[in-house]
Design a protein around this ligand. Sequence first.
Ligand SMILES: CC(C)(COP(=O)(O)OP(=O)(O)OC[C@H]1O[C@@H](n2cnc3c(N)ncnc32)[C@H](O)[C@@H]1OP(=O)(O)O)[C@@H](O)C(=O)NCCC(=O)NCCS
Length: 161
Amino acid sequence: MKQSIFLRKAGLEDKENLFKWANESTTRQMSFNSEPITWEQHIEWFEKYIDDDHHLILIMMNEEKDPVGVIRFEIQKDEAVIAITIALDKRGKGYAVAGLKESIQYLFQKKEKVKSITAFIKHENRPSLGAFLKAGFKEKDPDYNHKGFKCYYLIYNRTMV
Ligand SMILES: CC(C)(COP(=O)(O)OP(=O)(O)OC[C@H]1O[C@@H](n2cnc3c(N)ncnc32)[C@H](O)[C@@H]1OP(=O)(O)O)[C@@H](O)C(=O)NCCC(=O)NCCS
């Protein structure tokens, strides 16, 4: 299903949604730290990163102007590591593919120093692998060890846009 996604920077009004999406059980399982997140930890995270030059937190809005998920970039020099979460009731509708494509353009436009985007995807996370490949990411290493977990290491270079 082809979708249109509009991206905007996350703000105070997204605090509750971000907490709910982050604590959903599959999201926790597919993260590299699977412990549940407390509201206090969430607030600390939110206040630290919402306005930080090395982090970009983007809310995905669908055509009805509903927030459907979040894409986060952690930027270190010329490389950005990407993470995505779609709201549980909005999965399987093509939002991840559309949001990833949109976010690639957004990042390369706004952060001129960034040359490549990296994704680490746990082996069991087939939906995520499918979405990233469909959005144009290329496999760099199918058996990479990231934080002690077997992962797909995918990459999207600025030259691929
Ligand atoms: C992974 C995730 C972001 C995918 O979002 P989504 O909006 O459901 O994905 P899309 O609908 O855009 O799916 C696009 C492609 O992904 C693949 N895909 C999606 N759901 C799938 C599933 N259940 N099984 C296998 N492949 C799947 C398919 O290739 C699909 O394309 P197709 O519909 O043409 O077959 C979503 O499931 C999610 O938020 N999961 C929890 C958090 C998470 O795992 N984040 C990623 C960490 S790396």
